[in-house]
Write a protein that binds this ligand. Structure first.
Ligand code: ADP
Ligand code: MG
Length: 689
């Protein structure tokens, strides 16, 4: 036929030529948008500062059904034909001399079997469910193009749903067998979205259900029936009667046209049999979408027309979602329809997704076919980021807590330590952590913590473990650090007290000498007396308090073998002092004090800040000087996009702050840190200029 073959120009062909470059550009653009948008949500600091999960593009397969008896145009020549197992061409309705060529991840021609589609496109993603990741299979296309045939099939030609269930149940039986590390269980739910209502097909009486999103971004439907299934017979027992509850109706194109989107949800739960008793959940959505309908052809009236309006509008929103994702728009209109809200996981979300676009060969389907192919071509550029959905079985914390008590000692000993010590915990482990369960037990006091936070900490802990981090488990590190710092501060306070006393003694001595022999005053050793007399005088900046640190303290700090941080040093420098004569000015200049940060402290401070940049949540980051909400979000966004910062200067490189801002940011934070370490609270001792 003249419409097929001919020129190589056309939408699909253009796409093939520039596909890769466009894809890369779009991916970059989307990542940038995701970084700024996602930063606002900041839910991950999910696994702390870990990189974003790797991308997995939505896979798209196209299936062309054969001519079927009873359809108008059954004796026509097909208006679409396959070129190879990836591409096809269709006549160009704008120019009959041309064809439009499309390339997908797979193309299944009219002779392809149910097994071909299942084995080629669906079976490979099932294994992800056992890794605790989500997967989705969506059948898309116009009414009568074979979506239900592909998904459900018939007893003679079973489709994707029965085949996937059969394999999945077999896989879970093998993986969850006694003696294997994980125990597995499978549940199923079945719902339809009919005229924007979510109806439970396993319990039709339950009415319209709501779709919600949990704190980790998972989409869920509270109240939806979940039936445990262990065998295919179990599945059939629930599925077959529920399928009869699905709303179907006759249209001119299909006698049993699906009037709703049908969603079969299969959850695979995994529980680790040994410590640390992790728990994983993988969700599989098998979705038979209602077809888009041209009401002039379907002859829809009344209820059918209303249904068709709901179907078309939700498919329209689906198209908008795909476009928004492809263009990296900041707002993706998932909430504009129930269907897209439910598919939030599967499109641009965390699932391994495959879209099977069903098309028909008849010429009367031509426009629907072109629009389905265009939608499929746009969908193949949607990027998902699947990640493992892992958490802790919180109910197993209690028994392990007991064993922690046993480790710590008898209850009397605990009572003797008092409640505060119990709260803070022992900074030193009583015994070196020997097993995973023992390491895990350091978390027990955190069992009252927000589970999402606990999970994040655990994931970090595991990550460090898997990278071979030696020593203290992450979770006890802040406590340990705090204890060490508190101890240092305490020691410094004592030292200051001691020196103050000494200073008072010396001042008394001087006063005594002055009264005895005023002449002797001039001959007196300057190293002892002059600094004491002037130390309380504000010299350079009258508005600010001078830092009052006895010279001896500084000398002792320098001499002390244990003092590895010296932050204060006397510095002679000349300053312009208005209103003072030259001699006075010189005199004052000698007494200027300047805060100098030792290289060790500088390095220590920079490392602390870097750690905070790489591990802190947006909230933590805001505790840093000069970091407001916007900058904190930007930092988290950049971190998720580019991975951890290797040095603090990266902040300038990724344009979070200018060079000047970076300088004052470093200065303010390192000074703050230094003051904290020495217990020099600004309010207590005056702030250094
Ligand atoms: P949809 O769900 O897209 O509206 P159906 O799956 O109900 O379409 O298919 C419409 C008709 O076409 C049905 O009678 C179905 O058996 C038949 N059909 C669809 N695809 C195929 C195929 N690949 N091989 C044989 N018959 C098919
Ligand atoms: Mg159907």
């Amino acid at each position: 036929m003249a419409m097929i073959g001919g020129s190589k120009r056309g939408v699909g062909h253009r796409e093939i030529r520039i596909g890769e470059a466009v894809l890369r550009r779009q991916l970059r653009r989307r990542e940038m948008a995701a970084a700024t948008v996602g930063a606002g949500r900041c839910r991950l600091s999910k696994v702390g500062a870990v990189r974003r999960p790797p991308p997995a593009r939505v896979r798209v397969a196209v299936r062309l059904r054969p001519f079927v008896d009873g359809t108008s145009g059954a004796n026509d020549t097909p208006c679409v034909r396959g070129l190879d197992s990836y591409s096809l061409e269709i006549a160009n309705w704008r120019n009959h001399q041309e064809t439009l060529k499309y390339q997908f991840d797979a193309f299944y021609g009219e002779r392809s079997s149910q097994q071909d589609i299942y084995a080629g496109s669906v079976q490979p993603i099932l294994r992800h469910l056992l890794e605790g990741q989500n997967a989705s299979v969506l059948a898309y296309g116009p009414t009568g193009a074979g979506k239900t045939h592909t998904m459900l099939g018939s007893p003679e030609q079973p489709g994707v749903i029965p085949r996937a269930l059969m394999d999945l149940l077999q896989l879970t039986r093998e993986e969850g067998a006694e003696g294997r590390p994980w125990a597995l269980s499978v549940t199923m739910s079945y719902l339809e979205i009919y005229q924007e209502k979510v109806l439970d097909l396993l319990n039709p009486a339950s009415g319209d259900l709501v779709i919600r999103e949990d704190c980790r971004g998972n989409i869920l439907i509270p109240g939806l029936t979940q039936k445990p299934i262990t065998s295919f017979a179990d599945f059939e027992q629930h599925f077959l009667p529920a399928s009869r509850n699905r709303t179907v109706g006759p249209t001119r194109l299909n006698q049993r046209s699906s009037r709703s989107h049908a969603v079969l949800l299969v959850k695979v739960d995994q529980r680790e049999r040994l410590a640390p008793f992790r728990q994983r959940e993988g969700k599989l959505y098998l979705i038979d979408l209602a077809g888009s309908e041209d009401n002039r052809r379907t002859g829809n009236k009344g209820l059918r027309l209303k249904e068709s309006g709901a179907i078309n509008s939700s498919l329209f929103v689906l198209g908008k979602v795909v476009d928004a994702l492809n263009q990296g728009l900041p707002r993706v209109p998932y909430r504009d329809s129930k269907l897209t809200r439910l598919l939030q996981d599967s499109l641009g979300g965390s699932a391994h997704s495959i879209l099977i676009a069903n098309i028909a060969p008849e010429r009367c389907f031509y426009l629907d076919t072109v629009s389905a192919l265009n939608f499929a071509a746009r969908s193949k550029e949607v990027i998902n980021r699947p990640f493992t959905n892992e958490s802790l079985q919180l109910h197993v914390l209690a028994p392990v807590k007991l064993s922690q008590k046993e480790l710590v000692g008898p209850p009397e000993a605990k009572k003797a330590r008092g409640p505060e010590e119990e709260e803070i915990g022992n900074p030193e482990p009583l015994e070196p952590p020997a097993s995973a369960s023992q390491k895990f037990s350091s978390l027990q006091k955190l069992s009252s913590m927000d589970p999402a936070m606990l999970e994040r900490l655990l994931s970090l802990d595991r990550l460090l473990g898997s990278r071979g981090t030696q020593g203290t488990p992450l979770l006890s590190t802040p406590k340990r650090e705090r204890m060490v710092l508190m101890k240092t501060v305490e020691e410094k306070d004592l030292e200051i007290e001691r020196l103050k006393l000494k200073q008072k003694e010396l001042e008394a001595k001087v006063r005594a000498q002055e009264t005895v022999d005023p002449k002797e005053k001039e001959n007196c050793s300057p190293t002892m007396l002059r600094p004491l007399a002037r130390r309380t005088v504000t010299v350079a900046k009258p508005l600010k308090k001078a830092v009052v640190i006895p010279l001896q303290l500084i000398q002792e700090q320098a001499e002390s073998p244990n003092a590895n941080i010296h932050i204060l040093k006397k510095k002679s420098r000349k300053r312009k002092l208005e209103g003072l004569d030259a001699t006075e000015s010189k005199d004052k200049a000698e007494d200027c004090w300047e805060l100098q940060i030792s290289p060790e402290l500088l390095a220590h401070g920079r490392q602390k800040i870097l750690d905070m940049l790489n591990e802190g949540s947006a909230r933590d980051l805001r505790s840093l000087q000069r970091i407001g909400q916007k900058k904190a979000q930007l930092i988290v966004g950049c971190r998720e996009l580019h991975g951890p910062f290797s040095q603090v200067e990266d902040l300038e490189r990724v344009k979070v702050m200018s060079g000047k801002q970076l300088e004052s940011f470093l200065k303010a934070n390192i000074l703050g840190l230094a003051a904290n370490i020495l217990g020099l609270a600004a309010g207590q001792y005056g702030s250094p200029s």
